[in-house]
Design a protein around this ligand. Structure first.
Ligand code: AMP
Length: 400
């Protein structure tokens, strides 16, 4: 069985074609500047076909999907002989609200329900919906599945997901914590249990997804019981450019003092804050590491804040779960920055965590970075959201 995984943004579309017999990626690529001019990079990963990397006109998402299918099946760049070999499509969808606690076969009713979730993710869901519609247009009745970033967090109890605002806002408007990066937290926690050789039902795991956007999840017995992102992905940890947790009074103060409107304020909090805002250097942790090494104090402060917040939130989840068996680092910073992992792990001394420096220097593989006598295991697990989407798609389509 071969499954095409699609992650559609407003002007981009990422894809992977996965062979489910081996779970290997057969081809992957990225359409960019859709609706502007258009660029496609397509990389076949089986055989010795060349990479296609050129500007091509991509006026709509449907034309982008058509270009992807053309490349996947072409003589020169293809990895399958025709579209018929693609058995199903799995779509990443950012927000499933309270309606979707798990992945779902896409039908007209599901599309209508997705539209209802759009106000919760006005930037992301419309792009995801456009991607699904484009695929349905180009691929006809190939079965499709939606996999939600929020779904894994739907197991959170009310005490964790409620905001302490008048209850009517929850009842009438769905104002609550939803959480994001659920597919990533689900993948790495499942993999962590496999690596520990124990059923996930018996484990308490703190999963730290640290990338451009960052969130932490408390996973008790395989179920998420708390997570740091909220109604939107703006809160929790300070991130590349997002502010993380912030006193709402600060927003009112800045808006009044500088006479700026809410849209501009949110733009500042989403795009000009986080470690970029504090350091004034960059949102990229590699740049911060370099600047800090050269003595830039604000870059060091931004790094210190990030590490402190990860440790603080992770610690609160150890309290929430009344213990922890494993801590997992994943995503761009979690997978690549040994200095960030080491700095965060320093805070975990009270848990009896000790880090093996040599293991912490490895990259690009699943690795236990704690010493054999560490009381809590610490892992680096490269995330693989596409594989989760492909597996869910296979499971749902095979049950149909
Ligand atoms: P992601 O959002 O998961 O793709 O993560 C992207 C972020 O990972 C980048 O913005 C960098 O800050 C970070 N990153 C990638 N490689 C490294 C590295 N070698 N050291 C530190 N940070 C890194």
């Amino acid at each position: 069985m071969k499954i095409l995984v699609i992650n559609a943004g407003s002007s981009s579309l990422k894809y992977q074609l996965i062979d489910m017999e081996t779970e290997k990626v057969m081809a992957k690529g990225l359409c960019e500047r859709i609706g502007i001019d258009g660029h496609l990079k397509h990389s076949p990963l089986v055989g010795d076909k060349p990479v296609f990397n050129e500007d091509i006109p991509l006026p709509t998402h449907a034309e982008a999907i058509a270009a992807v299918i053309e490349k996947l099946t072409s003589e020169e760049y293809g990895v399958v002989s025709s579209m018929k070999e693609i058995d199903a499509v799995g779509h990443r969808v950012v927000h499933g609200g309270e309606k979707f606690a798990s992945s779902v076969l896409i039908t007209d009713e599901v599309m209508a329900a997705l539209e209802e979730c759009t106000p919760f993710a006005p930037l992301h869901n419309p792009a995801n919906i456009t991607g699904i519609n484009a695929c349905r247009e180009v691929m006809g009745d190939v079965p499709m599945v939606g996999v939600f970033d929020t779904a894994f967090h739907q197991t959170m109890p009310g005490k964790a997901f409620m905001y302490a605002v008048p209850y009517e806002y929850y009842e009438n408007d769905g104002i609550r914590r939803y959480g994001f990066h659920g597919t990533s937290h689900r993948y790495v926690s499942g993999r962590c249990a496999e690596l520990m050789g124990k059923p996930i039902e018996e484990l308490k795991i703190v999963s730290c997804h640290m990338g451009n956007g960052s969130s932490i999840a408390a996973i008790d017995g395989g179920k998420c019981i708390d997570t740091s992102m909220g109604f939107t992905p703006l809160v929790g940890l300070p991130m590349g450019t997002r502010c993380g947790d912030l006193d709402a009074g600060v927003i009112q103060f800045i808006m009044n003092k500088y006479g700026i409107g809410i849209d501009e304020m949110l733009n500042i909090l989403n795009k000009k804050s986080g470690v970029l805002g504090v350091s004034g250097v960059s949102s990229d942790f590699r740049d911060l590491d370099n600047a800090a090494a050269e003595g830039n104090e604000r870059a060091q402060l931004a790094l210190d804040m990030f590490h402190y917040w990860v440790a603080k939130v992770a610690g609160s989840y150890v309290a929430a779960m009344n213990g922890v068996d494993a801590i997992v680092f994943t995503a761009g910073v979690g997978e690549n920055s040994k200095s960030s992992r080491a700095a965060i792990a320093e805070y975990f001394g009270y848990l009896g965590v000790t880090i093996d420096e040599e293991a912490n220097s490895k990259r690009g593989e699943d690795v236990c970075i704690s010493t054999p006598d560490s009381k809590v295991k610490v892992f680096v697990i490269p995330t693989n959201e596409e594989l989760v989407i492909a597996r869910d798609t296979r499971d749902i389509v095979c049950k149909k």
